[in-house]
Design a protein around this ligand. Structure first.
Ligand SMILES: Cc1cc2nc3c(=O)[nH]c(=O)nc-3n(C[C@H](O)[C@H](O)[C@H](O)COP(=O)(O)O)c2cc1C
Length: 188
């Protein structure tokens, strides 16, 4: 299968480099997923979404509906439409976000807000029916993983995707949660 990992960590090595922090928990989960998926023979691509330019939804158009609702495309000229179209080439998705203020990260919110608008009512959706694994990476307290995963429930509902892995990770439970990641991947 072709599997796309989208990660949304805002962690960077320094302000200028815009390189994702390879020591971060989100990145550790990306590596764990990549390793397990490749071991199972899947074809894996990872996109670090914080390196992409994704503006927030403008809620343009009359009554808050732009052309996204019926043309399934966003009017903004940034990286969104290319990534949205690219998603159709994959059989399954892994979404990995850090937890900020008990929610998914800002880059995740910006992308998923626009994805829902373009795809939720798309009769020709190439995403609907596909499987997802959703991972929320929190700090020590782990507070907010529930809320973040609840938001992923909502996202999967509107996208019509089937969440086969719903995984809360903290820096203290990462070792044991590696097993949950493996289990979810083994369902493939
Ligand atoms: C702005 C901000 C808000 C955060 N809010 C929470 C939170 O609500 N709950 C929590 O457990 N950790 C919170 N954290 C900690 C991060 O979830 C944790 O550092 C996580 O590992 C970040 O992902 P990364 O390692 O990929 O950078 C917050 C961190 C930042 C920068």
């Amino acid at each position: 299968m072709k599997i796309l990992i989208l990660s949304f960590s805002n962690n960077i090595v320094n302000e200028d480099s815009f390189i994702p922090n390879k020591m971060g928990l989100t990145f550790a989960c990306v590596e764990e997923c990549e390793k397990n998926l490749k071991e199972k023979g899947h074809d894996v691509e990872h996109i670090c979404m914080n390196k992409k330019h994704i503006n927030r939804c403008l809620a343009c158009g009359a009554r808050g509906w732009g052309i996204c609702g019926n043309k399934n495309i966003c009017i903004q000229k940034d990286d969104f439409n290319d990534i949205y179209n690219h998603m159709s080439e994959f059989d399954m998705y892994v979404f990995i976000t850090p937890v900020y203020f008990h929610e998914m990260s800002e880059s995740a919110k910006a992308f998923f807000d626009r994805l829902k608008r373009c795809d939720a009512f798309n009769d020709n959706s190439k995403i609907k029916g596909k499987k997802t694994i959703c991972i929320a990476c929190a700090g020590g307290s782990g507070k907010g993983t529930d809320e973040t995963l609840n938001s992923f429930d909502t996202l999967n509902h509107f996208l019509g995707t089937k969440m086969i892995g719903r995984i809360p990770v903290t820096k203290f439970n990462f070792e044991e949660q590696k097993l949950e990641i493996k289990k979810a991947i083994n369902q493939q």
